[in-house]
Structure formats: C-alpha cells, structure tokens
Design a binder for this molecule. Structure first.
Ligand code: DUC
Ligand code: ZN
Ligand code: ZN
Ligand code: ZN
Length: 485
C-alpha cells in the first residue's frame, strides 16, 4: 500500500508536544517516530502536526425558518477542511410528527456529498410513544448516541420540561447523551412580541429579545432536569457568564455536564448589532446573540480552566437575500452564522496567539475533548498509531485576512470579514487523503464516511445515579395511621 510521511514537524496533541514524523497507510496512522520514510513526503518543517479539528455543531442544508441553510455537506465540509477541520457532526431534524428514522434517512441522502467524515446528532423536536421507541433503534442500530433538545423556537422546534424530562430519562436508559439549546423559549417569545409592538423591528432587537438571563435560566434548568433524570448533559453554544456559571457550579457539585462556546461568541460582540447597517447586523443574527466583553472573558476563562470543554461553530449559513426575509420583522431573519473555515485559524490567532490558550489546550478544545465526549476517541481526535489519519499540518507563520472573496462557503459574506489571522493549515488530511495542499483545494466529494458512535458505558453517569442519598428507598413502618375524619 502506498504510504505518506509527514516529515520534519512537531506533533502537538492535547497533552504532548514532541518532534516526530508521522507515517500513514491508507486511512490510518501506522507509525510515529524519528526519520521515517514513505512513498510520498509532506514537508512539515516549521509546522505543528495536530489532530484535525472536529466541529460537533453544524447545520448543513437545514430546513429552518422558511428556507434552507445555504452551505450543504459539500461546501460546508470543503470549508471545514480548508480551515483544518476534518469531521463535522450535524443535526438530523425530524419535522413534527415525523419518524426519527425518516429524518436520519434524509440526512443520509444529503451527506453522501461530504468531503470529510461526519456523524449526526438526533434532534428531539416532538414527543410521543413513537419517539420513545425509535430512540432505541437510533442508538442501537444507527450509531447515534446524542439527542438534541431545543428549549427555544416556540411553536417550531421547542420541547417543554415535561418532554425534556421524558427524553432525558430515555437517554439515561439507552446510554445516550442529551444535548440542549438552552434559552427560555417562552420568555423569548414574549420579549419578541413586546419589541415588535413597540416598533423595534430591526436586527438589533434580536439581541434584546434574548438576554443572557434567558440562557442562564435555561442552562440551569436543563442541568437540573438532566441530573434528576440520571444523565449527564451537554449545553450547546454556551455564550454568556450566566450559562457558564450554571455549568461551573454544577460541575463543582459533582454533576457531569459540558459547555460548548462558539468561536463567534468568543471573538465578536454585541456592537455588531448596533452598526446602523441592516445587512451587516442581520448577517450576524444567530441564537444566542453575540454578547459583551464580560461574557467573552468568562468563556475564555472557562476554556482555560476546563469548565468549558469544546469550541464549535453552529455553522448555519444564510445568504444576504435569505437574511432579508426579516426586513420589517427581526423575528423572521433566519438565525445562523458561518464559521467552519475560520474556527481553527481564529481560535489559534486570538487564543494561542494572545497567550490565552496553550497549543495543547487548542488541540483539546478543537478536537480531543469532543472526540472523548462523543465516544469516538482515539479513532478521532488523536495522533496515535491506529487512529484515523485526520490530521492538520499547521503553519504558525502563515497569515491571511479573512474575506468572503476567498472563502469556500457558498454565502456572499463572512462574519469575520477583515480579521487578520496568523496560523493556517499547510496540509489537511482526511483519512489519509490530502484535501488541502498549500492552499490548493483537493477535496473529493463523497470521500467522507459516517462515523458510528457507541452508547456510553455506566461510568458516564450523572450524580443522581451514583449518589446514594438520591436513590428512593422504602421506609419500614411499624404501622400507618388510620385515615382522618
Ligand atoms: N441557532 C442559530 O443561530 N441557528 C441555527 C439554530 C440555532 O439554534
Ligand atoms: Zn441552537
Ligand atoms: Zn445549532
Ligand atoms: Zn481519498
């Protein structure tokens, strides 16, 4: 079998930094060490050899708010690879009353075009006996061990506490991990109506309708409900101090939960909504909205302290024309921003480059931590013999200014437009295939394969399951009093 050797670089993993060559045969890493040889040599002089990024939160070609997100599995994964990301996890979304298995089938059909490996989270958008039953098939036969719940988007995707507790309890039985979009959807709906009634219909009102308290309350509620159901929980797009605080407090009390800031929330702030340019602000409408520096500092601190574990994108890209569906009514602006191509360079530049993160922490939060959380480590997220050769050869001296004119994403703008970045891929490899070679795009449509994920073992349990005091016990009584009057 023809081999490749990545030569002369420094391997950087979540816990080690050392000089070594990396040899690949077919899809996997076969040797790591000094002075290796192979049929093809990839020069990594001056570069870091790291596990490819894993973005656990994308919405590719998703039907949402009256349209479809514009980046699909082809353009989305091409963008990811250009920025050093070698795996995405997308959300299979059933319509209300639709079978979970049908939704997976729709996602299977779309994802045949993927340029890199991918997996799915299953969204629980409605509740009933059919969903309860199908969840078992999803876990046991479809290789999906995560279920997403929206506490917002009232009247569309939202589930209530009743449904969440039932679904979380089912997750606990099946060894699956619930994911939560934590915003209080009832409060958001009322604030939206109030703002519109007062004539606040521009994109800035989107941020006013989703204050940090809305997220903090929902995060805390989700964590407490999950613990009562006996299951850990993963909070997607943690964007504010209140939400981080709820996660931090729960962890301190022994509750297993995870938080996922987005690169957008780490690097862009609420002033984007005050631009006075409708298109500029609407292009940045996403939920949760961008916040102020206090919240950003909290998120950076959480990544550093380990109270937040993963940096994702929630890549959900809409064109300017799609955003304009919301002219005159901000509640109709399709929610979502892109970031797949920029997550790794932006986090490197504004995290590692500023000293806020070490290189090893960078690897942890862009790849290794989520591989462990999703139960796919060390197939993914590792530079180890036997692991998939999903690798990025990272050139810390390579610079560019982010611009929509040179991006892979199919939309007509970039929320990071004009931001300088230093640190970019020289090569990105997806299961041994060199998809990015010195800026040249060599992606292969359909190269990506579905990554099945096993259910979690008993070790990954919530506090309430092993903490004896919470287990119900029958009390022995000498007798019971006669009933009253
Ligand atoms: N938030 C977004 O901004 N877009 C997609 C879904 C979501 O929760
Ligand atoms: Zn969300
Ligand atoms: Zn999302
Ligand atoms: Zn290939």
């Amino acid at each position: 079998m023809a081999s490749k050797v990545i030569k002369g670089g420094t391997v950087v993993t979540a816990d080690l930094t050392y000089r070594a060559d990396v040899k690949i045969e077919g899809d996997v890493i076969v040797e790591i060490g000094p002075n290796l040889s192979g049929d093809e040599v990839l020069d990594a002089t001056g570069c870091y050899v790291m596990p490819g990024g894993i973005d656990p939160h994308t919405h590719l070609e998703m039907p949402f708010m009256g349209t479809y997100s514009t980046d699909d599995f082809e353009s989305g994964t091409r963008a990811g690879l250009a920025g050093g990301t070698t795996m995405v996890v997308d959300f299979a979304l059933p319509n209300p009353e639709q079978s979970l298995l049908e939704a997976i089938q729709r996602w299977d059909n779309k994802s045949t075009r993927a340029n890199c490996d991918y997996s799915f989270h299953m969204a629980i958008t409605w509740w009933g006996e059919q969903v309860f039953n199908e969840m078992e098939t999803v876990v046991r036969e479809k290789g999906i061990n995560t279920f997403k719940h929206f506490m917002a988007y009232k009247g569309a995707l939202m589930v209530d506490d009743d449904e969440m507790f039932a679904s979380f309890s089912r997750c606990a039985e099946l060894g699956a991990l619930p994911l939560v979009h934590a915003e209080n959807g009832d409060v958001v709906a009322q604030l939206q109506a109030k703002l519109m009634a007062e004539g606040n219909n521009g994109p800035e009102a989107h941020a006013y309708s989703r204050p940090a308290e809305v997220e903090g309350e929902a995060t805390n509620r989700a964590i407490m409900i999950a613990d009562m159901a006996g299951v850990p929980v993963y909070i997607v797009h943690t964007s504010c101090e209140q939400s981080h605080e709820a996660i931090r407090r729960a962890k301190q009390n022994g509750i297993r939960c995870y938080g996922e800031p987005l690169i957008q929330h780490l690097t862009l702030d609420e002033s984007e909504y005050q631009s006075g340019d409708w298109d500029h602000s609407a292009r940045r409408v996403m939920s949760p909205p961008f916040r102020n520096k206090k919240h950003q500092d909290s998120l950076w601190a959480g990544l550093q302290a380990g109270t937040l574990q993963v940096v994702a994108t929630d890549h959900c890209a809409f064109t300017t024309d799609q955003k304009r569906y919301g002219v005159g009514d901000f509640t109709k602006i399709p929610n979502g921003t892109g970031g797949l191509e920029d997550r790794m360079p932006m986090l490197w530049t504004y995290g590692v480059g500023t000293g806020r993160l070490t290189m090893n922490e960078f690897v942890a939060v862009t790849s290794t931590n989520i591989a462990k959380i999703l139960n796919i480590y060390p197939k993914k997220g590792a530079v180890l013999v036997g692991a998939d050769a999903d690798l990025v050869v990272w050139d810390p001296a390579k610079e560019k200014t982010i611009s929509a004119t040179s991006q892979q994403s199919a939309i007509d703008y970039n929320v990071f437009e004009g931001k300088p970045v230093k640190g970019l891929p020289r090569y990105t490899l997806t299961r041994g295939h060199v998809a990015i070679m010195d800026g040249e795009i060599r992606t292969q449509e359909g190269h990506g394969k579905f990554v099945a994920r096993e259910p979690f073992t008993a070790v990954n349990r919530a506090l309430s399951q092993w903490k004896e005091v919470m287990a119900p016990r029958k009390v022995q009584r000498a007798g019971i009093p006669a009933s009253g009057v």
